[in-house]
Design a protein around this ligand. Sequence first.
Ligand SMILES: NC(=O)c1ccc[n+]([C@@H]2O[C@H](COP(=O)([O-])OP(=O)(O)OC[C@H]3O[C@@H](n4cnc5c(N)ncnc54)[C@H](OP(=O)(O)O)[C@@H]3O)[C@@H](O)[C@H]2O)c1
Length: 218
Amino acid sequence: MKIGIVGGTGREGRGLGVRWARAGHDVFIGSRDAQRGRDKAAEFSEEFGVTLQGADNVSACEHGDLIVVTVPYSAHRPTFDSIKNSVGNKIIVDITVPIQPPKVRSVNLPEGQSAALEARALLDDDARLVAGLHHISSEHLSDPNHAFDCDVLVCGDDKDARAEVIGVIGDLGLRGVDAGVLRNSIALESLTPVLLHINRRYESVGSGIRITGIPETE
Ligand SMILES: NC(=O)c1ccc[n+]([C@@H]2O[C@H](COP(=O)([O-])OP(=O)(O)OC[C@H]3O[C@@H](n4cnc5c(N)ncnc54)[C@H](OP(=O)(O)O)[C@@H]3O)[C@@H](O)[C@H]2O)c1
């Protein structure tokens, strides 16, 4: 699949891009600065022995059949404003957690209740918005030897879009779990500060969430 990563030059973009490229996907790294996007794509390709392309964020949206947005919450609104006319009816995965530094271990409910609900309000109705990957550390994603034992909770109002995203999450070496409607992003985004607290309390890196009591495969 063609995957465009908006803000793909950062920590999450690096890990996601490289893992998906390794799994055979055609990955495009987007940036506010086209040259930075090209440079980072070349850097990740050389470092991990894969092939990624890169340029600006709009090009990433045009390239991808699936678009993933990986920017800090402070950049969330301007980023969605800059890409909203380039996403059409594609699936967009928003992984944003609305944390407010320095209080990153305390839940912050933004004005629109969640970053994903705020993104939904900015996009045209036909864009298929899904939220997920809020609990997956960039350190683990970027370590090709790290085997995940946690789950990715995926929510969105389009059931088929959730299923498609769960499929592509499997290619990261992770199990995606259908977590229902987009409004549930309030709960998913709110769990990340809890995990950041747990990491500090137990001196762990990238603690995660595992759902029990469901079949291993559907
Ligand atoms: N890091 C983690 O372990 C982790 C885990 C789960 C969820 N998340 C969530 O994933 C999202 C991305 O996290 P990250 O750690 O990958 O972020 P990051 O590395 O800090 O930033 C990602 C990219 O966002 C762009 N960006 C930064 N500031 C911007 C601004 N003011 N305006 C527009 N673009 C800006 C930059 O791309 P360009 O300069 O190239 O445009 C940057 O490379 C966040 O919402 C975070 O809460 C992170």
